[in-house]
Write a protein that binds this ligand. Structure first.
Ligand SMILES: *Cc1c(COP(=O)(O)O)cnc(C)c1O
Ligand code: SF4
Length: 403
């Protein structure tokens, strides 16, 4: 929220006693661009972290406090985005554990959305009639510290195996109401190309399934995972949408933009879901910048999520009013299609509901007074009549075979 400035009289930082920190330029290009190299060389310990950044005491404590019960992994790519000196860096905050994760006493559960109740088979979360989640794995390139599905992703025990995915596909095939499936987990792009395409092929053979969404943070944390070839193959199963997860403008790099462009250029639209993270992106200026950066790359802001009540991520949660005032700031100052929908996923499995600023000021008979984004009041007058039936509706629906 605040811009930190270094006073001109401040002493220069001490000269490092150990080897200089790694930077993107330290790694040969050919390795850097190889996603398998990135994945194999993920940072999983304090020692490895210290090769990229000057690890702060709160991070040392955080890693030590959490290592027994949760995984940490950071791709060299994502680490290269970190500010080496400032532990408040948004990339560091999202990827490096803090002690608050284990000292969380207010959020009561690791499954606040009651997903387990809707897991009719292990690979499926089916809450809404027409759409379902297909959990394809429990693996991600980076384990986000705010992950709401940490009960799966942070441990290696909760594993989702091939049988579970197969059963999930069967479940969808036998449930004609499902027209929209979200491949998630975990991360859809943690599957190999071969496995992902094979899965898409099987899903496309289900006649009632119309929409496929790939939910992945790879463009943000492992952009080299996306090749033009993969994008082209995925396009073959259209309509497929990619849903990704940028939270901060610092994540919208040239590489990340390129990964998304491969999909978009081949006809796979890319949508973005952000989560409000206290002290990381809870600022109207930052969300404004993020949305501008996204639409410049043709990525559409879809949801802005209020944090879920997940045990272990309470320190990231903000009051509902913060999202409302961010939305207030966006409206009128940025194109309507660049504004995400602010939603809260209701605890207990109620699903997502939108909330936000109220623009209706008062009603005076048939006149409704609204305020605009500048706070000025304008009156809209209702028509003197009510609504009418749509006589052509029956005809049209019959033409579409829905009569
Ligand atoms: C979020 C979610 C979906 C998808 O919701 P949309 O509003 O269609 O993006 C589907 N199933 C579950 C369980 C979800 O949590
Ligand atoms: S990529 Fe998604 S599923 Fe994986 S850890 Fe991050 S938020 Fe959780």
């Amino acid at each position: 929220m605040s811009v930190e400035t270094i006073p001109s009289g401040a002493p220069s930082p001490p000269v490092a006693e150990t080897a200089p920190l790694l930077r993107r330029e330290s790694i040969p290009d050919q390795l850097w661009r190889d996603w398998r190299w990135q994945f194999r060389n993920r940072i999983t310990s304090l020692d490895e972290l210290a090769r990229w950044i000057r690890v702060a005491p709160e991070e040392v404590r955080g890693v030590r406090a959490t290592q027994a019960e949760s995984r940490m992994a950071v791709t060299p790519y994502y680490a290269s985005l970190m500010d080496a000196d400032d532990p408040n860096c948004p990339i560091r905050m999202q990827a490096i554990p803090r002690e608050a994760e284990v000292h969380d006493s207010t959020a009561p559960t690791d499954d606040p959305l009651a997903e387990e109740e809707h897991r009719f088979v292990p690979g499926i979360v089916h809450r809404y009639p027409d759409r379902a989640l297909l959990l394809v794995n429990d693996t991600c390139a980076v384990y986000c510290r705010h992950c709401m599905r940490r009960r799966l992703t942070f441990t290696s025990e909760a594993e989702i195996n091939r049988d579970d995915v197969d059963q999930g596909v069967e479940y969808i095939a036998h449930t004609p109401a499902i027209r929209d499936v979200l491949l998630t987990g975990g991360d859809a792009l943690s599957l190999s190309d071969e496995r992902l395409l094979e899965l898409l092929e099987r899903l496309r053979r289900i006649p009632h399934l119309e929409i496929i969404r790939l939910s992945t943070r790879a463009p943000v944390t492992l952009p080299m995972r996306v090749s033009p070839e993969l994008a082209k193959e995925v396009r073959g199963f259209a309509p497929v949408y990619m849903v990704t997860h940028f939270n901060h403008p610092a994540e919208v790099t040239a590489e990340a933009a390129e990964a998304c462009a491969h999909f978009i250029d081949h006809g796979v639209p890319v949508l973005n879901q952000s989560v409000l993270l206290r002290g990381v992106n809870t600022s109207a200026r930052l969300i404004h910048l993020l949305c501008m950066d996204l639409i410049r790359q043709r990525i559409l802001p879809y949801y802005l999520h209020q944090g879920d009540l997940v045990k272990g991520s309470e320190h990231f949660r903000t009051p509902l009013s913060v999202g409302v005032s961010i939305m207030e700031e966006l409206r009128g100052r940025i194109g309507g299609f660049a504004i995400p929908r602010l939603v809260v996923d209701l605890p207990g499995g109620g699903g997502k509901v939108p909330f936000g600023p109220d623009y209706e000021v008062r009603r005076e008979g048939s006149a409704i007074v609204f305020r605009n984004f500048q706070g000025r009041e304008f009156t809209y007058v209702e028509p003197p009549h009510g609504d009418a039936a749509v006589p052509f509706e029956e005809v049209y629906l019959r033409k579409r075979g829905m009569g």
